[in-house]
Design a protein around this ligand. Structure first.
Ligand code: PEP
Ligand code: CO
Length: 404
């Protein structure tokens, strides 16, 4: 067989690939690694530069609803599953629009949301310590030591699954129009796996600029937003709108540095900041960050993720969230942005397309016992459609009444 060079000789590495990156799978010595990277580098982009530009133009001043699974499943990328998800997004987007009298830009956590950062590298299962599930792009959700090994071929499978979903989304967005609807639905995911995202950076044929071809709106998570490390540097090199999660421990200076790297030119529609602080911690933590970002001249699209700071682990080991906490954080977020004279641009939430889902407590799910009924999330607990509608109604009313 012909001797092939290392992947670094064959593919141009981004400068950020020589910088530390946390939360990466350890798979560079896997026999399939080079071939998987090459396949991605040679593949067509999953989204077009024109679509990315259209979303960037739609974002400034818009009301935004970003939602979907915590972790997407390879097994739920069929046209049927995708249609169900898009119907849920539209149903909630229409409700949001009806209640606020504004048009709503819809963004799915879908068509690429296959990689999860984890606080613990391993977990106990049946008295055996096994690697944690890291999303279908990295390993299997099936709990054995073997199936939890990181497999770089999964990057190619993730590409193919994303492609299936993107095709359905494109048809939905386009209808029979020549250009896509500014309201979307657009795709988004956490840009976590540097090997995957880096191989899908492409050049916009019209402007010659680099854009990330894996999704319309990539975001960087709370655990990977170090301003001098690979994730932020990678997203700084592309022109997509880019998101960054902002947790309760974030210091205004840290976020300012991230903003400076991602948005040096202070461009409208470029930077999406997603506060995920927790019902109580948001009160102290968010106001100084909002005012510093505004004073530095960034025209950030501020979204509230009222889910990730409100996760609780029950004695059974099951993770859940109380809808009342979620609503309280979202309404507090609105109040904080209002008080700072900034716009609260919308919500980033984890929602299941399946109405039967019982993963969060509140509304139709009355207590902890009900959680056993239909808990199917691969990762974090999602709201069902009714719970998400309650949240949107509370946001539109601007009060937690009945929930505080
Ligand atoms: C997520 O959005 O699923 C997630 C892991 O978020 P965060 O980075 O905010 O913890
Ligand atoms: Co999550």
């Amino acid at each position: 067989m012909q001797q092939t060079g290392s992947i670094a000789d064959l593919i141009q590495l981004g400068p950020w690939e020589r910088v530390p990156a946390v939360q990466q799978p350890d798979w560079r010595d896997h026999p399939a690694y080079d071939e998987a990277c090459r396949a991605l580098a040679e593949a067509p982009p999953l989204v077009t530069a024109a679509e990315v530009r259209r979303l960037r133009e739609a974002l400034p001043g818009a009301l935004v609803l970003q939602l979907g699974d915590c972790a997407e499943s390879f097994y739920e990328c069929t046209p049927r599953h995708t249609s169900e998800k898009l119907k849920t997004i539209d149903w909630l987007g229409d409700r949001f629009s009806e209640l606020t009298g504004r048009s709503v830009v819809r963004v799915g956590r879908m068509a690429g949301q296959f990689a999860k950062p984890r606080s613990a590298a391993t977990e106990w299962y049946d008295a055996v310590r096994i690697p944690s599930f890291r999303g279908h792009m990295i390993n299997s959700d099936i709990a054995t030591s073997e199936t939890r090994k990181a497999n770089p071929r999964r990057m190619v499978w993730a590409y193919e699954a994303s492609d299936q979903v993107q095709r359905v989304m494109r048809t939905y967005r386009q209808g029979d129009r020549p250009t896509a609807m500014p309201e979307g639905p657009w795709s988004s995911h956490e840009a976590l796996v540097i090997d995957y995202e880096s191989r899908l950076i492409r050049r916009d044929p019209d402007t010659d600029e680099l854009y990330l071809g894996s999704t319309h709106l990539p975001w960087v998570g709370e655990r990977t937003r170090q301003p001098d490390e690979a994730h932020i540097a990678m997203l700084s090199s592309v022109v997509n709108p880019v998101g960054c999660k902002v947790g309760p421990k974030a210091k205004p200076d840290d976020i300012l540095r991230v903003c400076e790297v991602l948005d040096p030119r202070r461009e409208p529609g470029r930077l999406v900041l997603i506060a995920r602080m927790g019902r109580d911690r948001i009160l102290e933590a968010l106001p100084p960050i909002v005012s510093r970002v505004a004073a530095a001249g960034h025209q950030a699209v501020w979204l509230s993720d009222p889910m990730h700071g409100n996760t609780v682990k029950l004695p059974t080991g099951l993770k859940t969230r109380y809808l009342a906490d979620v609503i309280t954080e979202a309404v507090r977020f609105r109040d904080i942005l209002d008080a700072a004279g900034q716009e609260a641009a919308g919500l980033h939430i984890e929602v299941a397309a399946d109405d039967e889902v019982t993963e969060c407590i509140g509304g139709p799910v009355v207590d902890e016992e009900e959680l056993q009924r239909h808990y199917t999330s691969l990762c974090d607990p999602r709201l069902n459609r009714h719970q998400a509608a309650e949240l949107i109604e509370a946001w539109a009313r601007g009060t937690t009444s009945g929930h505080a």
